[in-house]
Design a protein around this ligand. Structure first.
Ligand SMILES: NC(=O)c1ccc[n+]([C@@H]2O[C@H](COP(=O)([O-])OP(=O)(O)OC[C@H]3O[C@@H](n4cnc5c(N)ncnc54)[C@H](O)[C@@H]3O)[C@@H](O)[C@H]2O)c1
Length: 245
């Protein structure tokens, strides 16, 4: 039987590539995204996609989107934004926007999914980041919201596991796609960053997607409340980057 998935933030970047992979894997996919133009475009191109225009931080819009899509087997809470800059300069709007999309949005969508999955079963995958483990400077509230998502994943696993819902998080590192693609378009930055990764390359959307497909599958049936880091080894390499004689 065809499975049903909702991907938030699936109109572009990693999310859009994930939508294509899920369609390929025979899922029917609903995309919740605030960018209605990009959403209409992707729905025109891909058969099996239901466009669900909504702001993930708006409870009424999220409820309406889930109501329209109906039952579901998989939610990938992928929508995320960053407001780059030093913490000291973050405006209230910057702080509010990042918390609203990354944390509030993940929570509101997970709640709607859990209500439909309880006692039937389902999988929720929350998109975190290596910033949840080791925050990089100048990412504003991004790192704090991703750390909160990792913690929320553990709590959802505790409360929703008994309801038959499996919840995990993914923490990508330097991925050459989506919001990071403009940064890595600079050859110097690209060479520096990839040189610092133990696997000596940047990650790709495909690296992230294969982890999502794995966690969504029965092969991961006993993996629950876990944060899977996909970073080519970068967060383990802190000591390797300290100067030595
Ligand atoms: N690209 C990376 O290097 C990287 C690394 C680690 C984690 N991540 C995470 O992966 C996820 C996808 O990132 P990406 O790089 O593809 O980003 P992206 O900017 O390319 O795409 C984000 C998508 O979210 C949508 N969106 C933004 N605000 C929204 C809202 N209020 N409601 C609904 N949709 C909204 C956008 O329209 C867009 O389609 C994010 O959670 C990000 O934090 C990305």
């Amino acid at each position: 039987m065809t499975k049903k998935a909702i991907v938030t933030g699936g109109a572009q970047g990693i999310g859009a590539e994930l939508v294509a992979a899920l369609i390929e894997a025979d899922y029917e996919v609903g995309i919740i995204d605030i960018d209605s133009d990009a959403l209409a475009e992707i729905a025109k191109r891909c058969k099996g996609v239901t466009p669900l225009p909504a702001d993930v931080g708006n409870r009424a819009e999220v409820e309406a989107a889930f109501r329209e899509f109906g039952s579901l087997d998989l939610l990938v809470n992928n929508a995320g934004i960053v407001r780059f800059g030093p913490l000291i300069d973050q405006t209230q709007d910057d702080i509010q926007a990042v918390i609203s999309v990354n944390l509030m949005g993940s929570m509101l969508c997970a709640q709607q999914a859990a209500k439909r999955m309880q006692d039937i079963g389902g999988v929720i995958i929350n998109m975190s980041s290596v910033n949840a483990v080791h925050p990089a400077p100048n990412v504003g509230l991004y790192a704090a919201t991703k750390a909160a998502i990792a913690n929320l994943t553990q709590l959802q696993a505790l409360e929703w596991g008994p309801l038959g819902i499996r919840v995990n998080a993914i923490a990508p590192g330097f991925i050459d796609a989506g919001m990071s693609a403009p940064i890595f378009a600079d050859e110097k930055v690209r060479a520096k960053r990839s040189g610092g990764v133990p696997l000596h390359r940047l990650g790709t959307a495909a690296d992230v997607i294969s982890a999502v497909l794995y966690l969504a599958s029965d092969a991961a049936a006993y993996i629950h409340g876990h944060e899977l880091v996909i970073d080519g080894g970068v967060i383990n390499s802190v000591l390797a980057h300290l100067p030595r004689d």
